[in-house]
Design a protein around this ligand. Structure first.
Ligand SMILES: CC(C)(COP(=O)(O)OP(=O)(O)OC[C@H]1O[C@@H](n2cnc3c(N)ncnc32)[C@H](O)[C@@H]1OP(=O)(O)O)[C@@H](O)C(=O)NCCC(=O)NCCS
Length: 263
């Protein structure tokens, strides 16, 4: 996992834009909400740099397509790349997770303590989860719990690839995570053989979560690359350090012991 610094920096943004292809540059130009273009450009450039490094390919050979609900996947010279990844961006903070195989989803939310989070947002949670919000809404713990639950749920629905087309009220986060532990395993009722490893982390500025399913069942249609062995070998080439990203981003690699691939 790599945290990407998305704070405003015109020079960095310019060099990041240069790494994007014409379609991506066109998309960036159409993003008019404040900060949206910058978030997309810096995150996409960082993703390109990381994927080129992991897949040992040239930036010009890398393209993206999306699944039905918008989840991007990568192609190298027109062939689906043997790698899983997901991206999230919020304000000055971006998060990219790359896995050798399986499915991965991430979410990051920049804290905005001044913004009055409406209680209605709780409607994305299950009845049981809503019951956990015993504190009053102006309590800092209410917000911390909100950001934690929100990012965990969103990492799951992004891992699956359906996003909010999925009904997030229909499943409960694992009780360990709801009690405040940093990681846990989640299974959907309809897919009990898929083990989603969930982890949450953050600091004063943001809360983030990652969901990874290495079981290989119910994988997205694009995931038909070489065997997991090949994926692992290729993945081990990922340096994910500042050298790999050049001047485009200031990355910080986050490792989580519970999110390594099954042996
Ligand atoms: C995926 C989704 C939850 C992301 O929401 P968000 O909080 O605004 O954005 P985040 O910053 O966390 O993530 C954005 C990134 O997620 C990725 N993404 C987009 N759609 C995705 C999906 N369905 N699953 C997983 N990842 C997705 C993209 O990489 C995107 O970044 P990019 O545009 O820079 O490439 C939201 O866009 C969604 O629900 N999409 C599906 C919509 C849909 O099908 N709706 C049907 C009717 S409800």
């Amino acid at each position: 996992m790599v945290l990407v610094d998305l704070s405003a920096d015109r020079r960095r943004e310019q060099s990041a834009t240069g790494l994007l292809n014409a379609a991506e540059q066109d998309r960036a130009a159409r993003l008019i909400l404040p900060g949206a273009g910058r978030e997309f450009v810096l995150c996409r450039a960082a993703l390109r740099a990381l994927l080129c490094s992991a897949l040992d390919c040239d930036n010009a050979d890398l393209t993206f397509r999306t699944e039905t609900h918008g989840k991007p996947y990568a192609l190298v010279r027109g062939r689906v790349a043997p790698v899983s990844f997901n991206v999230s961006h919020s304000g000055d903070h971006g998060l990219i997770a790359i896995a050798p195989h399986g499915r991965v989803g991430v979410d990051i939310e920049t804290h905005d303590w001044a913004f009055d989070l409406p209680a209605g947002l709780l409607s994305v949670f299950s009845v049981r989860e809503r019951g956990d919000f015993a504190e009053t809404r102006d309590d800092a713990r209410w917000r911390q719990r909100f950001y934690r639950y929100w990012t965990l749920k969103e990492s799951l629905i992004k891992g699956v690839g359906l996003g909010f087309a999925m009904n997030t009220t229909r499943f409960d986060l694992p009780s360990a995570l709801r009690r405040g532990e940093a990681d846990g395993v989640f299974r959907f009722h309809h897919q009990p053989t898929a083990n989603w490893h969930l982890a949450t982390f953050g600091n004063r500025a943001f809360t983030a979560a990652v969901a990874i399913d290495y079981s290989g069942r119910g994988m997205s249609p694009h995931e038909s690359g070489p065997s997991p062995r090949t994926h692992r070998r290729r993945f081990s080439r990922l340096p994910a350090g500042p050298r790999a990203l050049g001047p485009v981003t200031r990355p910080r690699v986050v490792r989580h012991p519970h999110l390594t691939p099954d042996p």
